[in-house]
Design a protein around this ligand. Structure first.
Ligand SMILES: [Zn+2]
Length: 454
């Protein structure tokens, strides 16, 4: 117990300081090479974000003068006015009560498995720094999911103090299981897809009430970044990051969402490249942005969040603030997965009594988003002897920037609506171009046979 106390004291010391600076000070931060990690927050005059304490003392006096220190735990529970930064000291315990802590989350997931053994499987991706399980559940019809169904992943609470998503994942699991066989869309999703739900990627951070993990590291800056650390290797990364990388390596997630808090918006890729230029846009933007737009239209608070680079709640990561080492770009770039971020609440840690209002404003959006993940072309690729082809590459004519290579011959390539021209190539085979209508996966694949070269 004493060791644990000492350990938590020691880790507290390594956490970064939350600060506010005027937007104009961004240039000085850059010039003085201060490592500033912006928070999810949008304000016309100020940026809010994290710096290591050593960075604070490195700042020039003129820059340091512009820094206003914020109390991270008070910030998370909404003690500061979002316009004026006036602080009304709040009692943290009033906010921490009523949430599923690690023990309660664990037993709730186990309870759901017991209630719906044919729909839910509980698994762990491994353990956190402090030894908590990174629980996830697979929701699909049938205990043992077939490999051919598309896999989706929703994960939340990557930042330990952004907790609405963590709770909404429980609401979602209850909804999916209760509506299976009742709601036709939910039923179709569970019948023909596998929904992976991880309520907390950072269970230690939740218990510690911190953004970072128990090493004081921001997990959403710790993934391989295609520009700044262009090697897709887990070594040297935080354990929670390594576990997620492993999970996504073992499972090709076609589609997913990473739930955060501190703003209310739908954040499209990329996170770490300029989107101002059309040519830098994500290769699937033509159908992904409308999916994002649709999400915002379901959530009236999100839709009304319309200013600067928030277009009715829709924004591109880089235009808002660039993220280096984020999970979202990692999925989109390294894992051939289509991923976005939704920010669910202005207050990262609102009172538990308000959680149902967040569920009400995101329920239909969350379900519809999953449903859109079923749309595309679904192919089964075989050679002339009837063997599945190992590593086909699919290029959709309407999405030429994003040829995707799959592991194995049954695949799901998300697209927009309508007829798609698809070129399939594979090592040792003659490539083939076919025309196929996009549809919502109903369990059937379009069969394609490729001829061997020569
Ligand atoms: Zn976050």
């Amino acid at each position: 117990m004493k060791t644990l106390l000492l350990l938590s004291l020691w880790t507290t010391l390594t956490y970064a300081q939350l600060i506010r600076i005027p937007i104009e000070a961004k240039e000085s931060l850059r010039r003085e090479r201060i490592d500033f990690n912006p928070d999810h927050f949008h304000h016309p005059h100020y940026l809010v974000g994290y710096v290591e304490k050593a960075e604070l003392s490195r700042m020039s006096s003129s820059l340091r003068k512009q820094v206003f220190l914020l109390d991270g735990k008070q910030w998370a529970i909404g003690a500061y006015d979002r316009e004026t930064f006036e602080k009304h000291e709040l009692k943290t315990k009033d906010f921490y009560e009523g949430y599923h802590d690690y023990a309660a989350l664990t037993s709730e997931l186990k309870r759901l498995v017991e209630l719906y053994p044919k729909l839910i499987t509980l698994k762990t991706a491994g353990q956190s720094v402090q030894g908590r399980e990174l629980w996830y559940v697979i929701v699909t019809e049938g205990v043992d999911p077939l490999g051919a169904k598309p896999k989706f992943i929703y994960h939340a609470n990557m930042h330990g103090d952004e907790v609405v998503g963590r709770e909404l994942m429980i609401y979602l699991l209850r909804h999916l299981t209760q509506q299976y066989g009742r709601d036709p869309i939910v039923t179709q999703i569970l019948k023909n897809a596998q929904v992976y739900v991880m309520p907390s990627m950072n269970p230690d951070g939740f218990e510690l009430r911190t953004r970072e993990n128990a090493h004081g590291r921001d997990l959403n800056r710790n993934f391989p970044d295609r520009f700044d650390s262009p090697s897709d290797t887990p070594s040297g990364r935080e354990i929670e990051v390594q576990r997620m990388m492993q999970l996504a390596k073992e499972n090709h997630f076609v589609f997913g969402m990473n739930w955060h808090g501190g703003e209310i918006c739908f954040n499209l890729p990329w996170g770490n490249i300029s989107n101002h230029d059309e040519k830098n846009k994500h290769g699937d933007d033509s159908f992904f942005a409308p999916i994002g737009r649709e999400y915002t239209s379901f959530n009236s608070t999100m839709y009304q969040n319309d200013h600067d680079n928030f277009d009715h709640g829709l924004t591109y990561g880089y235009e808002w603030y660039p993220v280096n080492g984020g999970i979202n770009d990692w999925y989109n770039f390294y894992r051939r997965s289509l991923h976005a971020v939704v920010e669910l609440s202005f207050t990262k840690w609102p009172q538990a009594s308000t959680l149902n209002t967040y569920w009400d404003s995101n329920r239909d959006a969350m379900i519809t988003y999953l449903w859109r993940g079923m749309r595309g072309v679904h192919l089964e690729l075989k050679d002339t002897l009837g063997n599945l082809i190992a590593t086909p590459t699919i290029t959709v004519a309407a999405l030429p920037k994003r040829p995707l290579t799959f592991d194995g011959g049954t695949l799901h390539r998300l697209t927009g609506d309508g007829r798609q021209t698809v070129t399939i190539s594979a090592p040792g085979f003659q490539s083939k171009t076919i025309e196929v209508d996009a549809n919502y996966f109903d369990g059937t694949f379009v069969g394609v046979t490729l001829d061997k070269n020569g």
